[in-house]
Design a binder for this molecule. Sequence first.
Ligand SMILES: Cc1cc2nc3c(=O)[nH]c(=O)nc-3n(C[C@H](O)[C@H](O)[C@H](O)COP(=O)(O)OP(=O)(O)OC[C@H]3O[C@@H](n4cnc5c(N)ncnc54)[C@H](O)[C@@H]3O)c2cc1C
Length: 145
Amino acid sequence: MKTLDIGIAGAGPAGLAAALMLSRRGHRVELLERFKEASPVGSGLMLQPTGLTVLDTLGLLQPMLALGSRIDRLYGADAKSGRTVLDVRYGALASGRFGLAVQRAALFNTLHDAVRGAGLKVRTGVTLTGARVEADKAVLLDAER
Ligand SMILES: Cc1cc2nc3c(=O)[nH]c(=O)nc-3n(C[C@H](O)[C@H](O)[C@H](O)COP(=O)(O)OP(=O)(O)OC[C@H]3O[C@@H](n4cnc5c(N)ncnc54)[C@H](O)[C@@H]3O)c2cc1C
């Protein structure tokens, strides 16, 4: 497979995970983040089985499990009437799946540490504005270009 130079817009969970996946496939990857410092946004997250499968593929599931709380059932009731409005069990899915409640910082730090550990470049303070197609490649454009 041809080795590509890949620029990834944004060092959020998706960008960090994509960078790890692509670099493990042998591509040269650089993350471009508009914030001065890559950091988590928001407070908590509920990771679904799909996201947990991605973390497992990256070898990061065990550290995340240690930092989160397993969810086997989602239950909600109307505060006044007590009527059940939501009752979903992960056990209904195949192969013992479950959700995981984590702090955003825990997810971000786990992925960001792995990106740093892999020696991947994260360029901060770069706001991407678009992409230009040049011959056989696309070039990401920032506010300076
Ligand atoms: C209130 C709230 C609650 C949520 N709860 C959940 C939940 O429980 N479970 C769940 O799975 N999801 C939840 N989500 C959705 C979750 O936030 C997103 O799925 C997740 O953050 C997406 O990750 P991402 O990496 O794609 O984007 P983001 O986390 O938004 O990261 C994008 C990154 O790209 C950078 N960026 C953006 N534009 C540019 C640019 N032009 N140039 C350079 N850098 C750029 C940003 O600064 C940021 O760092 C919630 C969202 C909100 C708002």
